[in-house]
Ligand binder design. Structure first.
Ligand SMILES: N[C@@H](CCC(=O)N[C@@H](CS)C(=O)NCC(=O)O)C(=O)O
Length: 338
């Protein structure tokens, strides 16, 4: 898109994000203004992925670590949604209006009110689907780790799809039907999260009552959140989501039998590994790590060992485990000196 128009959209969005500790340059390189501007959140899985890729690629960027949790919810401001909707215009998926517990743009549609959003000032682009964004960053940035080697591109993308389509969101917002192991602050917050989100969406929509682009964007998001609230309170839906996790982890165990190296595709660390790192860390953080290792023993030994290697990867430590303010949970205290 036109770079001056993009600049205006970015500047307008940025008027809302001013805390210097959360709005700062990452990996600054002298004499080089950062090419990318990234709107993300310290505890968001899709943000972990994008930050992990930027770290592996040694990219510099302007980071806007915005609060997406109730009560603050800084991702519904009209200025931010307007910027994100620009990116949405460039993708084939329609606006989201349903909920299956996943965050994949490809299965759910385009959510205009979430993070991460990445602006590439050099190319004049706004990127809004974390999977597509990660692929884009890998090919657009010279140097760093080659995360999607050409000879195994289809296999790497197939694994990214597995993670992208796993119902992670359901098991953050809803309780595990086998026993809620979520950190207390999450359990407490999620009791009212959907109602608070819907109220905030209405509040922000009321600021732009005649906007022909933003009003439908908010309306679609409200429908999604209403359906999400019903889903996570329906035990049978949550059981299906949990069964899906178990099946996918059992598949991962089988896949790891054949790798012939430290990573999923031998000795090369790829985007598939980065996606699994984020997924396995979140699963463990939520108290679902018992699927592969519990007090009763190690049930999926390859997944357990693979997770250990992934969590020790410096890019994962920096972008996911130790990103500033990323809260630990009782299930991952070993990474925080506990
Ligand atoms: N399809 C999007 C989904 C992004 C997404 O679901 N983001 C979550 C955090 S991981 C979010 O911002 N949620 C806040 C909300 O729904 O208000 C992507 O892959 O980037």
């Amino acid at each position: 898109m036109d770079k001056a128009e993009l600049r205006q959209l970015v500047d307008a969005a940025n008027t809302r994000y001013t805390d210097p500790e959360r709005n700062r340059n990452i990996n600054e390189k002298p004499g080089e203004p950062p090419r990318f501007e990234v709107y993300h959140f310290f505890m968001s899985m899709c943000s972990y992925k994008v930050r992990g890729v930027l770290d592996e690629k040694d990219a510099s960027y302007v980071s806007h670590d915005i609060d997406i949790l109730p009560p603050n919810i800084q991702n519904y401001f009209p200025e931010y949604v307007r910027l994100r909707v620009k990116g949405g215009e460039a993708i084939p998926q329609p606006l989201v209006d349903g909920y299956t517990g996943r965050s994949s743009t490809e299965t759910e549609g385009f959510d205009p009110c979430v993070v991460p959003t990445v602006v590439d000032h050099e190319a004049g682009r706004v990127l809004v689907n974390s999977k597509a964004t990660c692929l884009y960053l890998d090919s657009a940035i010279d140097g760093g780790t080659e995360l999607v080697p050409k000879d195994i591109e289809a296999e790497v993308i197939a694994q990214m799809d597995v993670v992208d389509r796993t119902p992670h969101v359901a098991l953050l917002y809803g309780a595990n039907p086998e026993g809620d192991g979520r950190p207390d602050f999450v359990t407490e917050m999620m009791k009212t999260a959907h109602d608070v989100k819907i109220a905030k969406l209405r509040e922000n929509m009321a600021l732009v009552p005649d906007d022909p682009v933003l009003v439908p964007a908010y309306e679609h998001k409200i429908v999604k959140e209403q359906k999400a609230k019903a889903f996570v309170r329906t035990e049978s839906d949550m059981r299906v989501a949990l069964a899906e996790f178990k099946a996918l982890l059992a598949d991962l165990e089988k896949q790891l039998e054949t790798t012939g190296g430290e990573w999923l595709f031998g000795d090369r660390f790829t985007m598939a590994d980065l996606f699994w790192a984020v997924s396995l860390f979140r699963i463990k953080w939520l108290g679902l790590g018992y699927i592969w290792a519990s007090a009763d023993g190690v049930h999926l030994p390859r997944v357990e060992a693979y997770g250990r290697r992934l969590f020790a990867r410096p890019s994962i430590e920096r972008s996911t485990i130790h990103w500033p303010n990323a809260p630990p949970s009782e299930h991952v205290m070993e990474f925080y000196g506990g």
